[in-house]
Design a protein. Structure first.
Length: 146
């Protein structure tokens, strides 16, 4: 099923984030300090090479997913078809095709945290209504069976 990966050695910790519960991956022990990455209003970046293609403004979090409004920048048009194809694959329950598209999306796009640092791993879906949902981890995923 989609995706065929498992998380690395990270642990998840529940932390209060205003009015909502926020779960963040941590490694090497518990995270201490304020959690702002999944707070409503936090802005994540989506990049194609050295160009930012979209801004993802967090609207909510429902472990393990983060939801956002998407501000598509002009360069997003170069990758929009990947997300359209991905939604078509899910709508038709073609999960093998969805896996291929996940790999293609991860092969050409990167994400950045609100502070600008790179997101090691993410599973992103951008919808045609201008919203997005994603899961992320601060360490690279390992393929199942590796």
């Amino acid at each position: 099923m989609f995706p065929r990966v498992r998380a690395g050695t990270g642990r998840w910790r529940h932390m209060a984030g205003g009015d909502e519960a926020v779960f963040v991956p941590v490694t090497g022990g518990w995270h201490h300090g304020p959690v702002t990455m999944t707070r409503t209003g936090a802005v994540w970046g989506l990049h194609h090479g050295d160009r930012q293609v979209a801004r993802l403004t967090v609207t909510g979090a429902d472990f393990p997913w983060v939801q956002a409004d998407v501000e598509c920048l002009p360069a997003f048009e170069e990758v929009r078809s990947l997300f359209v194809e991905q939604e078509q694959a899910f709508d038709s329950e073609d999960y093998d095709r969805a896996d291929v598209l996940y790999d293609r999306i991860r092969g050409v796009l990167t994400m950045t945290f609100p502070g600008g640092g790179p997101v090691a791993e993410f599973l992103l879906r951008v919808y045609d209504d201008g919203t997005a949902g994603w899961r992320w981890h601060d360490e690279p995923f390992e393929a199942v069976g590796d």
